[in-house]
Design a protein around this ligand. Structure first.
Ligand SMILES: Cc1ncc(COP(=O)(O)O)c(C=O)c1O
Length: 396
C-alpha cells in the first residue's frame, strides 16, 4: 500500500484566480461573481469579527513569535487552544500550523497502543502519509465499506491484535460522510480497537453542536481523544476508542490544525511532536482570527442552521436536474458529468454567467476524468442558489 501516485498538476496561473475573500460573492479573474468553490462553509473567512480579531493580534504580537513554543509561550496560540477546548468540551487542545499535519501528529502519539492500521483506500493524502510514517503494518479497505473493512480485518489480524481504522470524516470532493457507527460495530469484536478520523470538512458543520462527524453520528463526548491506555491494561472489549483531528482553515474561517482531547493525551502529543518542540507557533493574525472563528462557529447554531437551509435548497435543485447528490447536511456536491472536456466546458460557461464552481482534475478519491464540485455557504442567499441551478440546467 502507498499514498496515491503523483499526478500531472495544472498550471496554477491558468486556473481561475480568486482575487478576494472566499465569500458567497467573490472576485474571480477581476470579475465579481457568485462563488460556490472551496471550503469556507460558514462564510467566516471575511466575517468582520474574524478580520478584526486577526488585525488586533497582528498589531499586538507582530506576525509571529519567532521562537518555538518550548522556549517562549505564544499567547495567541494558547488562546486558540483554550477556546477550542472550552467549545468542544475537552480538557485541552493542541493548535499547530496546518490541518494536514493532524493525522501524523495524532497517530504518532497513539501508535504504540495499536498493532495495525486499516486505511480507507480513498482517504485524504495526509491520512495515507500518516499511515506510512507510523511504523505499523498498513492495509486498505474499500472506501466507506464496513463490509470490506470486516473482511480485511479478518484477513490481516491475529488473535488479540488491536486495529486502528483511519479515514476522512467527510470526503473532500463528494461530501460523503464516513459510516462511523457501522465501523464501530465491526470493531467491537476487537478489544482495544480504535477509529481515527481526519475531520477537516465535518468540523464546524456537522452534528448538533457543530463538533463534526462523531457528533453527527451521535457518538460525540469526552471519550474522543481520551486518555491513552498503558499497553498492559486490557481495554474494555465493548468500547471502540475514538480519535479526531480537525482544521480551522475551512468552516471555522481561520487557519491551522487542531486536536482537542484529554489533558494527558494533549500533553503526550506535544511532548512527542516535533511540531511543538521545533516549529514556530501558528502566526499571530491567523491565531487571533481562528479563535474568533471558533466562537462564531461553535457558540451557537445560527450559522449552521442558515447553512443547512442552503444545503437543502441546493440539493433539492440538483436533484431536480437529475444530478447525483445525497440528502446529508454536508454543503458539498461532487459529481462527474461526462469526460474532462465536458466538465471544463460546464465550468467555463458558468464562469461566463458569473458563477464559479470547482473542477478538480484529480484528487484522492476521483475517477479518471475528475469531478465538478459545488460548495454552498451559510452566506449564500436563496436567489444565488436558484441562479446556479437555472444556469446549470441551461448549460448541461
Ligand atoms: C480531508 C482533508 N484533510 C486535511 C486537509 C488539509 O488541511 P489544511 O488546509 O488545514 O492543511 C484538507 C484540505 O485542505 C482536507 O481536505
Amino acid at each position: 500500500m502507498g499514498s496515491p501516485p503523483p499526478i500531472a498538476m495544472p498550471d496554477e496561473l491558468e486556473l481561475p484566480q480568486l482575487m478576494s475573500a472566499p465569500a458567497a460573492e467573490a472576485v474571480i479573474d477581476g470579475r465579481r461573481m457568485l462563488y460556490f468553490g472551496g471550503t469556507g462553509y460558514l462564510g467566516l473567512q471575511a466575517h468582520p469579527e474574524v478580520i478584526r480579531a486577526g488585525c488586533a493580534a497582528l498589531e499586538r504580537y507582530g506576525v509571529h513569535s519567532a521562537t518555538t513554543r518550548t522556549n517562549f509561550g505564544s499567547p495567541s496560540a494558547l488562546a486558540v487552544e483554550r477556546v477550542a477546548a472550552e467549545l468542544t468540551g475537552k480538557e485541552a487542545a493542541f493548535y499547530f500550523a496546518s490541518g494536514y499535519l493532524g493525522p501524523q501528529i495524532l497517530l504518532r502519539g497513539i501508535a504504540t497502543e495499536f498493532d495495525a492500521v486499516f486505511v480507507d483506500a480513498q482517504a485524504h493524502y495526509c491520512v495515507h502519509e500518516a499511515a506510512e510514517q507510523c511504523r505499523l503494518p498498513v492495509a486498505t479497505f474499500v472506501h466507506r465499506s464496513p463490509l470490506d473493512l470486516q473482511a480485511v480485518l479478518a484477513a490481516h489480524l491475529g488473535g488479540g491484535a488491536r486495529p486502528l481504522v483511519l479515514c476522512d470524516g467527510v470526503s473532500p470532493v463528494t461530501g460523503a460522510i464516513a459510516p462511523l457507527g457501522e465501523y464501530c460495530n465491526v470493531l467491537r469484536d476487537y478489544a482495544g480497537a480504535g477509529v481515527l478520523i481526519d475531520d477537516a470538512h465535518g468540523f464546524g458543520v456537522l452534528g448538533e453542536h457543530g463538533r463534526g462527524t462523531w457528533d453527527h453520528a451521535g457518538l460525540d463526548g469526552p471519550q474522543i481523544n481520551g486518555d491513552t491506555l498503558p499497553r498492559q491494561t486490557p481495554a474494555p472489549s465493548t468500547s471502540v476508542r475514538q480519535f479526531a483531528c480537525v482544521t480551522l482553515s475551512k468552516a471555522i474561517g481561520g487557519h491551522g490544525g487542531l486536536i482537542a482531547g484529554s489533558a494527558a493525551l494533549i500533553r503526550r502529543l506535544k511532548e512527542q511532536s516535533g511540531h511543538y518542540r521545533g516549529a514556530s507557533a501558528p502566526a499571530a493574525p491567523v491565531a487571533g482570527a481562528s479563535a474568533a472563528g471558533l466562537r462564531l462557529a461553535l457558540e451557537n447554531s445560527q450559522l449552521r442552521d442558515q447553512l443547512r437551509r442552503n444545503v437543502a435548497l441546493l440539493k433539492h435543485g440538483l436533484g431536480r436536474l437529475g444530478l447525483p447528490c445525497d440528502d446529508s447536511p454536508m454543503p458539498i456536491a461532487g459529481f462527474s458529468l461526462g469526460d474532462q472536456v465536458n466538465m471544463e466546458r460546464i465550468q467555463r460557461e458558468l464562469l461566463a454567467h458569473e458563477i464559479a464552481i470547482g473542477f478538480l482534475r484529480s484528487y484522492t478519491n476521483l475517477g479518471p476524468h475528475g469531478a465538478l464540485r459545488i460548495a454552498v455557504f451559510a452566506d449564500h442567499q436563496p436567489w444565488m442558489i436558484e441562479k446556479l441551478i437555472a444556469a446549470l440546467q441551461n448549460i448541461m
